[in-house]
Design a protein around this ligand. Structure first.
Ligand SMILES: Cc1cc2nc3c(=O)[nH]c(=O)nc-3n(C[C@H](O)[C@H](O)[C@H](O)COP(=O)(O)OP(=O)(O)OC[C@H]3O[C@@H](n4cnc5c(N)ncnc54)[C@H](O)[C@@H]3O)c2cc1C
Length: 425
């Protein structure tokens, strides 16, 4: 049910992770709060996080994991609303948290839905009101109050406005980038949003048809120069690459240039497979622990002593599907040369990137509202007093591992608290 007109202290656009955190904090401070979401329920995306388990935070979270130009902004916020305080807050409200490998934290229940439920019920118990299933079409500031208009024609006025509308990543969960439009309508500028933490598509024969997992050092090459590198699990999808390392690498990619405008030269040992060249190459090193000579020696001995084929020798080192592909690309004049080529390939397994899988599959937005236009002491706009931002709508993004939700919690809590304090002032 929607009212045709109402007044509230604080209006929150979006009942996702950061909006729910802001609603809990501002309502518990005594402010009258309305939080609205175009979806018919709160936290649609949150309920899908961490493969349905919700990687709620990371014990090793610090400002340096976020995009470089946001580090000093984030540092201030993460220092006031730390991981420890966040975990304590959830646990004090009945949601126990368990730490797993690499500092990744999950709800003890193993269910993201319990995080949504807890946040929503806590906000409601503090008196926050929620509107669902009606998209907000515009937000403006008129005669000293914020005016929020809905698709249904409903209009709400508020003293303070919090934009917690997320970015565009995971489009299917409702965050379609409207928050960027609202921010722009208030005079804010954006760093161009693009999808990140997303799988890559490739038409490179090197990966065609390969499905399975492997561990590798993953390096992003942009026109041959190294942009970013990380060691961990890689997933071969049959049409490209995924897995945590590959997704992290996409934080450093711009959209690959369209065909015909590419100027990349291959730098690897693979034979040139097409005339058309792409901007980005993901280089996989399946054996970073050994130098090329030592690896070639292992392969050579394996073939010589055991009398096995190259493919068999490689399958003792890497996933057998990768071994098959690498063996097919490594023939030399003799066993020694073949082993050397195979070693080179296992350490420079170069995959040209055709595209990322785009907004629908992305887990986070890189880019967004410029942090230089927002006060890191209280999340208030430096352009429009009384306007606040939190979560992914801001140009802050982190790697996989719970860092993006920690940003949503820290910024959401601070935002909710500051807006409530400003209502009292
Ligand atoms: C599949 C997936 C898995 C992920 N897993 C993890 C993980 O395990 N750990 C982690 O740290 N991060 C994870 N992330 C990232 C994390 O979910 C986001 O960074 C986080 O949800 C951002 O919170 P937010 O509040 O800024 O935006 P959102 O959670 O996107 O919430 C924004 C809300 O605003 C609403 N909204 C937008 N526009 C309008 C409008 N015009 N009218 C009304 N409502 C509107 C949307 O419907 C949405 O509910 C994952 C993301 C995806 C897509």
């Amino acid at each position: 049910m929607h009212r045709t007109e109402t007044d509230t202290d604080i209006f929150i656009v979006g009942a996702g992770a950061s909006g729910l955190a802001a609603a809990c904090e501002s309502a518990s401070a005594g402010a009258r709060v309305i939080c609205a979401d175009g979806n018919d329920a709160p936290g649609r995306k949150l309920a899908a996080t961490g493969n349905g388990r919700c990687n709620i935070t990371n014990a090793f979270c610090n400002a340096l994991v976020y995009n470089r130009d946001a580090v000093s902004f984030v540092r201030r916020i993460i220092h006031s609303d730390t991981v420890e305080k966040t975990v304590e807050w959830f646990e004090n409200n009945g949601l126990l948290i368990v730490e797993e490998q690499e500092g990744r934290c999950y709800p003890y229940s193993g269910q993201a839905s319990s995080v949504v439920d807890m946040l929503f019920k806590t906000a409601v118990s503090h008196g926050a009101e929620f509107y669902f299933g009606d998209k907000i079409t515009s937000c403006s500031s008129e005669d000293g109050v914020f005016v929020v208009r809905f698709e249904s024609g409903c209009v709400v006025t508020a003293k303070k406005l919090i934009i917690a509308a997320g970015g565009r990543a995971g489009l299917r969960f409702g965050s379609t980038g409207d928050g960027f439009g609202f921010a722009k309508s208030f005079g804010h500028t954006l760093n161009a949003p693009r999808p990140a933490l997303v799988a890559c598509e490739s038409d490179d024969p090197a990966v065609e048809g390969i499905k399975g997992r492997a561990r590798a050092r993953v390096t992003l090459l942009d026109n041959g120069s190294e942009k970013y590198s990380e060691y961990g699990e890689v997933q071969f999808t049959g049409t490209g690459l995924s897995g945590i390392c590959v997704m992290n690498v996409t934080r450093y990619m711009r959209a690959p240039r369209p065909a015909g405008k590419r100027k990349m030269k291959r730098t690897d040992s693979l034979p040139a497979q097409t005339e058309e060249q792409h901007d980005y190459i993901i280089r996989l090193n399946f054996m970073p622990e050994l130098d090329a000579e030592a690896l070639a020696e292992v392969i050579f001995k394996s073939m010589e002593i055991n009398g096995i084929t190259l493919e068999e020798a490689l399958s003792w080192i890497v996933n057998s599907r990768i071994a098959k592909k690498a063996a097919a690309l490594s023939s030399g004049a003799d066993v020694r040369e073949t082993a050397e080529r195979a070693a080179g390939l296992l350490q420079h397994f170069d995959v040209r990137v055709k595209s990322t899988k785009g907004w629908n599959d992305a887990q986070v937005t890189r880019g967004g509202v410029r942090t230089s236009e927002v006060n890191c002491e209280n999340m208030e706009s430096k352009i429009i007093p009384g306007l606040y931002f939190c979560g992914e709508v801001l140009d802050v993004d982190g790697p996989c591992g719970g860092y993006n939700l920690q940003w949503a919690w820290s910024s959401g809590f601070l935002c909710g608290r500051s807006a409530a304090e400003a209502c009292d002032a």
